[in-house]
Design a protein. Structure first.
Lengths: 299, 333
């Protein structure tokens, strides 16, 4: 080669600069997608609403649970924009306060389940020895019972309450991630790029985190986004039977369940928190999808 | 005489076939049986054979990726056949491999720089701050441009991907590279590019190649010596020219006959071997080739033929190679 080594150094500097420009360009591309931008705004608004609930809610005391019996079951109107529930509490305030519990609870459940489940799945998929078999059998054991039943049993065992309900839901939730990741890894570990890394002399842990993990992240992200809705609903279910969020506190899932008996006459009690949940989950999905498209590197 | 870079001594690579309940293998698939072979420093040794004859497995065995059942492998005299993966580390960077499918051998989630850096880290000659510079230099060596370095593998064509794989193999500063059907997945024109690149790099860096392929016609251009493999055994080794002109083993002759000739005047039916490649879980007795050989006699069923030297670094394993040679049966007119 005729080119001198110092010119390779110059080229290296140049490509580094270009690369930084490229990354900024990618971020701009994400924001230029209208749906992605809209969903990002919705998510930020929901987060702000949760953080500043006492300031935003028209009736903060009702949002926190104060009853207002003379205005029970008011339909949406000028005074109560989205109506009132069976205790006369303003639905707007309830939904805004509920965002605190539901959003944080739902995100907490799926993230923890993924954080526990994904590494176990990576290990079980890559090692077919005894440790892998133990993980697989444990996963099958959990998956063979209805997860709500397990969560109920655990809640009863460790005591009712919002935080214990979350722990009780993480325990039956992580095996789904383990199984998803394990199945993915079984096919990825046969590929030549894994063999090439072995040929370079890299060990198990390196290959798992550098080669397998990035290649299973796409399905895991999709599953996290899809699981958010069900997670919020299931905390609500536990709350409804008295094992989760304790009644005066607002919780979207609990509100949906509370309104269910009167759905035909006082529909807003279920539909308003249901819509809130729907919008947030859809926003998460659209944003996640756009993010995936832009970061997708597999063509 | 040049010293051998790699010596294989009675190498057997067996994979467990069916297993008992306790997980012990009940039968073995004998992908490579009893192969002894020297690879001379600086040569390009071709390894040719039908699909499923164990040639890829032999390549992987040399690099200690496939499980060695028995036998010994020596790299520059050091026995590496029984080393643990930790002890193998210093040898790993000296021996690299390029695979058939370039797309599958590059991690789709890593940039070209990440891919090359992974190999450069093992090269003790490269300092930490110079990885990017070295990676750029490697890309130039394989005729790619520096602005390609932060791209992902899917943004390249098959030929470019294969050149990235070659760059990765070069990054560790190796002595020996195995090309496992490295050109089979490419278009003919791209094939030629990659082969020329391989040859240039071999001269520049004084590399030794093991070139595995099922394509006999490429062998003639690329390799200095060619080994012919059949059902897990090497049946013949000769200089690539001589192998074409004067095959000494009946199997080599039939392989050669199966290569289509680009001449419309020639008869358009090819002489094709009868029968199938034997199952490696239950290879034939004696000479593995006897059920399909036109010249087989009783002794071929009973006794496995020994190596007989036919020249410098050339040998053949056939009971009747002397008679066939004397009669000129295997030589075209």
């Amino acid at each position: 080669m005729a080119v001198q080594t110092d010119s390779f150094a110059d080229m290296a500097l140049q490509v580094k600069k270009d690369h930084r420009k490229m990354k900024w360009f990618q971020f701009q591309r994400l924001l230029r997608r209208k749906t992605a931008l809209l969903s990002l705004i919705i998510l930020i608004l929901a987060l702000l609403a949760a953080l500043f609930a006492p300031v935003i809610a028209p009736y903060p005391d009702q949002g926190m649970g104060a009853v207002n019996l003379e205005h029970r079951l008011k339909a949406p109107g000028s005074h109560y924009a989205l109506g009132t529930d069976i205790y006369g509490r303003d639905m707007v305030s309830r939904v805004v306060f509920g965002a605190r519990i539901s959003l944080f609870g739902g995100i907490c459940i799926v993230i923890c389940a993924a954080v526990i489940g994904v590494p176990l799945g990576l290990w079980a998929g890559y090692n077919e020895g005894i440790s892998g078999a133990v993980i697989s059998r444990t996963v099958e054991l959990f998956l063979s019972f209805p997860s709500t039943l397990i969560a109920m049993a655990i809640s009863i065992l460790i005591g009712a309450g919002w935080s214990t309900a979350i722990i009780a839901l993480i325990i039956p939730w992580w095996p789904w991630y383990t199984r998803l990741v394990q199945a993915e890894v079984l096919s990825i570990k046969q590929t030549l790029f894994v063999e090439a890394a072995q040929m370079l002399g890299y060990g198990k842990i390196y290959i798992i985190f550098r080669h397998l993990l990035p290649n299973v992240m796409t399905p895991v992200m999709v599953m996290i986004l899809l699981d958010l809705g069900p997670a919020i609903i299931t905390i609500g279910l536990l709350s409804f039977i008295g094992l989760g969020t304790q009644p005066p506190m607002a919780d979207w899932g609990l509100m949906v369940w509370e309104g269910a008996p009167n759905i035909l006459s006082e529909w807003w009690i279920s539909v308003v928190p249901g819509c809130a949940m729907f919008i947030v989950v859809i926003a998460f999905n659209i944003f996640g999808d756009a993010l995936k498209d832009i970061l997708d590197t597999s063509g | 005489m040049k010293p051998p870079l790699i010596e294989l001594e009675k190498v057997n690579t067996w994979f467990p076939g069916s297993k008992t309940i306790l997980g012990k293998p009940r039968s073995w698939i004998k992908a490579v049986s009893d192969v002894s072979l020297n690879i001379i420093a600086g040569e390009c040794l071709g390894l040719v054979g039908e699909s499923g004859c164990g040639k890829s497995t032999l390549g992987r065995t040399v690099l200690r990726i496939a499980p060695l059942h028995s036998g010994e492998i020596r790299f520059l005299g050091d026995p590496i056949g029984t080393l643990s993966s930790k002890e193998l580390k210093p040898y790993r960077s000296k021996m690299q491999m390029v695979f058939q499918d370039p797309k599958a051998s590059l991690n789709p989630k890593m940039t070209i720089f990440d891919i090359l850096k992974e190999a450069l880290v093992l090269n003790t000659r490269v300092e930490k701050h110079a990885y990017l510079e070295q990676a750029v230099e490697l890309l130039h060596l394989v005729d790619l441009r520096s602005e390609h370095i932060y791209r992902y593998p899917h943004e390249f064509s098959g030929g470019q991907q294969q050149r990235i794989c070659i760059a990765r193999a070069l990054a560790t500063d190796p002595r020996f590279i195995v090309f496992d059907e490295a050109t089979s997945a490419l278009d003919v024109s791209v094939q030629a590019q990659v082969i020329n690149l391989m040859k240039n790099l071999q001269n520049t860096f004084n590399l030794t190649y093991l070139f595995i392929s099922h394509d006999l016609s490429i062998m003639e251009h690329v390799c200095s010596r060619v080994a012919v493999m059949y059902a897990g055994q090497i049946v013949e080794i000769q200089d690539s020219r001589a192998l074409f002109d004067t095959p000494r083993h009946p199997y080599t002759k039939s392989l050669k006959n199966a290569v289509p000739v680009a001449d419309p005047e020639e008869s358009n039916t090819l002489e094709v071997l009868k029968g199938e490649v034997p199952k490696l879980s239950d290879p034939p007795s004696g000479c593995h080739f006897h059920p399909r050989c036109n010249y087989a006699q009783d002794i071929c069923k009973e006794k496995s033929p020994l190596k007989s030297e036919t020249g410098d670094h050339s040998w053949v394993r056939c009971h009747f190679h002397e008679t066939l040679w004397a009669q000129g049966t295997l030589i075209d007119n």
